[in-house]
Write a protein that binds this ligand. Structure first.
Ligand SMILES: [Zn+2]
Length: 136
């Protein structure tokens, strides 16, 4: 992992957090040091004092945890037209090979997650189409 400079939080210093895996909701085997950025995120998460809780999902962290990777998981993130996240899933590597082009898999193989458009997620069957829901 690359070295990144962070601005320390005035009140909470490194303001560390153990990131939660977005797919299985389990703590990852790592510590994220957020510093001042953690103050802002903590407040967004409802911690008024700006101190990060011990565990939290860090927005934008879609890399599966070690356990999910051991199970052969590949994360899929659907993003809407304004890049808002519409849904996240973990599928097996085998399913990913059937659904995605080899060039896509290669491109995202290092990060272990694949961002797809909302339309693509619907086509694959991960997201329900609007019409399907209206059938109820
Ligand atoms: Zn996981």
């Amino acid at each position: 992992m690359g070295r990144k400079n962070i601005t320390l939080s005035k009140e909470h210093g490194l303001n560390p957090v153990i990131p939660l895996c977005v797919y299985c909701d389990q703590p990852k085997n790592e510590v994220a040091v957020l510093g001042a950025a953690g103050d802002k995120l903590a407040r967004e998460l409802g911690h008024k004092d700006g101190q990060m809780p011990m565990h939290a999902w860090i927005p934008g962290d879609f890399t599966p945890c070690d356990d999910c990777l051991k199970k052969g998981g590949v994360g899929v993130v659907a993003v809407g037209p304004n890049r808002e996240v519409e849904g996240v899933w973990l599928i097996t590597g085998g399913a990913a090979e059937r659904v995605f082009r080899p060039s896509d898999l290669e491109r995202f193989g290092r990060e272990r997650y694949i961002p797809v458009t909302k339309e693509a997620a619907e086509r694959i069957g991960l997201l329900k189409r609007k019409e399907d829901e209206d059938d109820k």
